[in-house]
Design a protein around this ligand. Structure first.
Ligand SMILES: Cc1cc2nc3c(=O)[nH]c(=O)nc-3n(C[C@H](O)[C@H](O)[C@H](O)COP(=O)(O)OP(=O)(O)OC[C@H]3O[C@@H](n4cnc5c(N)ncnc54)[C@H](O)[C@@H]3O)c2cc1C
Length: 482
């Protein structure tokens, strides 16, 4: 494909970070015919930013952190002084108390009270012995080995059920290494000594992240502006409803717009839309067996109630994890702490109240008004806002938000991937295209590297980001770059 690659007609399915990364790389390489399709009215996908009553809201706040130097360089180049460096202040709310995040043993024990903390400490020490030479097989075992049975149960297993909708022993260990900091026994003693001298603070303010002044989507909108100048065509509000296949190639996709249906033909198709949807949209239809394979992809849905609160500086945290099972809320993002420019009125606050469910279940089908009412009621129960402070809200639903790493998903998804790889002019990229629970930087980089491969380079895009490396606590300058 190398020689005349840039003369081919490229069709990019999805204008999220992955699709935008692919479009960027194509235009950099001089591709002349690039079309990006998306059903949304704006670019950015799950990392887009919407405007409501003059306030800017993400689909759940999207901080920017990366170990890919090229991605960070692009953020900086595109946003300049509008790329803010923000401190991360995050806490876990459990049984009416706030715990440090990422979880620190000493802070957790301190907050649990004397008896509970002695029991938790003993269970942690026991786990160090019992699990010394054993490998955990699932997420429940991983957290038990790392924190002991008591902390695992209190802080991880219930929350895992809330977020993923399945028990912790049905979740694979794959994502834990990057998301949860392992604890070493020597560190615990180090923490203990430190806390004796400093009276350990509850908040963790060591870490930092990047964030655009007007929300994560600002970056993708800037990219769009530059790409349009370079001739890239964006067809937004265009829902892909059919994928026309001929032998082992894709010839066109059919999109539905307000004006009707349209076929978009191409030579190369780069897809970041959910791969199960891609297969289900194929015409002629895929075989029954292949359609059965699409069940390997199980997404957890996300609902956010974005709310304005008539009180300044509601809390200092960038976000809270709500561990408690008494309420349905799982997380609360505080946009003023990401960028004060997102607030239409500096005397108010803007928060994103997040819930997890499955598309089509009872929670998903609740009316927007019910969801707003529930969010407000639970926020008052948590003691975080007062009813009369409500200043307006709206709801965003995302059906394919979280690829679930249930036990055995890898093998099952591999069969679907193998089917799709038979199409010579199709490439899968991004979170839902590749079924990877990864962040926006990863998604964008898969788009960029996939295009480089089309131009003759050799990157193993599927292995990208598979290394287990925890960088949750790093400052932006400390994050190791590759
Ligand atoms: C609540 C939440 C919080 C997150 N927080 C962070 C964070 O703090 N930091 C971070 O880096 N990452 C975060 N992420 C992850 C980040 O959003 C994703 O990694 C990233 O958006 C994936 O990019 P993508 O392009 O692969 O997919 P998407 O962003 O999902 O983009 C896919 C695009 O395809 C389009 N599409 C789908 N179906 C069709 C169709 N039939 N027709 C046309 N278009 C279609 C969609 O509209 C979408 O625009 C978060 C995700 C969620 C859900």
């Amino acid at each position: 494909m190398v020689g005349e690659t840039k003369d081919k007609r490229f069709v990019i399915l999805g204008a999220g970070p992955a699709g935008m990364g692919a479009a960027w790389e194509l235009s950099k390489r001089g591709a002349k015919h690039v079309v990006v399709l998306d059903k949304n009215d704006r670019v950015g996908g799950l990392a887009r930013t919407e405007k409501f009553q003059g306030y800017f809201f993400d689909v759940g706040p999207h901080r920017m952190m990366t170990k890919y130097a090229e991605v960070e360089d692009l953020w900086k180049k595109m946003l300049g002084k509008d790329l803010l460096v923000r401190p991360r202040i995050t806490r876990i709310y459990y049984r009416g108390r706030f715990f440090q995040y990422p979880l620190k043993m000493v802070n957790a024990l301190y907050n649990l009270g004397l008896i509970q903390s002695m029991l938790a400490g003993a269970s942690f020490l026991k786990a160090q012995l019992v699990w010394r030479n054993k490998e955990p097989k699932n997420f429940a075992e991983w957290t038990t080995k790392t924190f002991g049975n008591r902390i695992s149960k209190a802080f991880f297993r219930d929350y895992t059920k809330k977020v993923w909708g399945i028990e912790a022993d049905e979740v694979g260990v794959d994502w834990a290494g990057q998301r949860i900091k392992p604890i070493k026994i020597l560190d615990v003693f180090g923490e203990l000594v430190k806390s004796m001298f400093t009276m350990e603070q509850v908040k963790n303010i060591g870490a930092q992240f990047f964030y655009p002044r007007y929300g994560a989507g600002m970056f993708y909108e800037k990219m769009q502006q530059e790409l349009e100048v370079l001739g890239v065509k964006f067809l937004l509000n265009s829902k892909i409803i059919a994928v026309r296949c001929e032998e082992s190639c894709i010839r066109a996709v059919t999109v539905e717009t307000a004006a009707g249906r349209e076929d978009v033909e191409g030579d190369v198709f780069i897809s970041s839309i959910p791969s199960n949807l891609l297969v289900a949209s194929m015409t002629p239809p895929a075989s029954k067996n292949v359609l059965e394979l699409t069940k390997a992809m199980r997404f957890r849905a996300h609902i956010v109630v974005n709310m304005i609160i008539k009180r300044k500086d509601l809390f200092e945290d960038s976000w809270f994890y709500i561990q408690s099972t008494d309420v349905r809320i799982a997380r609360i993002g505080n946009y003023g702490q990401f960028s004060s420019d997102m607030l239409a009125d500096p005397n108010t606050s803007a928060i994103g109240i997040e819930f997890f469910c499955y598309e089509g279940d009872e929670f998903w089908n609740k009316k927007d008004d019910e969801l707003i009412e529930l969010a407000l009621r639970e926020m008052t129960e948590l003691g975080l806002v007062r009813h009369e402070e409500f200043g307006g809200a709206y709801v965003i639903r995302s059906d394919d938000a979280y690829p679930t790493y249930y036990m055995g998903y890898r093998e099952k998804f591999a069969a679907l991937r193998a089917f799709l790889e038979q199409f010579q002019n199709l490439r899968l990229i991004g979170r839902a295209g590749m079924y990877k629970y990864k962040d926006q930087d990863h998604a964008m980089y898969t788009g960029m590297l996939t295009v480089r491969n089309l131009f003759g380079e050799h990157h193993d895009v599927w292995e990208l980001g598979e290394e287990q490396e925890f960088f949750e606590e790093k400052t932006v300058s400390q994050t190791p770059k590759k």
